[in-house]
Design a protein around this ligand. Structure first.
Ligand SMILES: [Mn+2]
Length: 143
């Protein structure tokens, strides 16, 4: 199992390759706001653990295992963003909150959150009802 930090790297590398067709050390460093030397170190570890292959001329290539996990990590991030949006979290908090929780939930919880997102998506009236509860709670809060 990859560590939270490894997960962040695999997730970013997967997205970069999806978007641009390649992932350079400098792009990864920028996306994760870390020093390029940290990226090189992690890339070596990910190579050793067979998530990717570092090829001198082609750059980084995810292995089948790396791709499979990368895809799940990107899905998990997107699902959690959807979840927070549906439950009414303010847009400005969504990205950072997902970054904070994504590594700490079991896949069991992710799947059940997936069910909940689906439940709300299948009935706008369910979302509307939730908003009414939220409105009432906010009105009841002493300011
Ligand atoms: Mn993420």
């Amino acid at each position: 199992m990859p560590t939270p930090s490894m997960e962040d790297y695999i997730e970013q590398i997967y997205m970069l390759i999806e978007d641009k067709g390649y992932a350079r050390v400098s792009d990864i460093a920028e996306a994760l706001a870390v020093h390029p030397s940290s990226v090189t170190k992690m890339v070596q570890k990910l190579d050793k653990d067979e998530y990717l292959v570092y090829e001198k001329y082609r750059g980084l290539v995810l292995t089948t295992k790396g791709k499979k996990i990368g895809k799940r990590l990107v899905y998990r991030h997107e699902l959690l963003e959807q979840f927070l949006r549906i439950i009414g979290v303010d847009e400005e908090n969504i990205y950072e909150d997902v970054e904070g929780i994504e590594h700490h939930l079991s896949w069991n919880s992710i799947d059940r959150i997936g069910d909940l997102v689906q439940y709300f998506e299948e009935g706008q009236e369910r979302v509307d009802e939730l908003r009414l509860v939220q409105k009432k709670n906010e009105e009841d809060q002493p300011s």
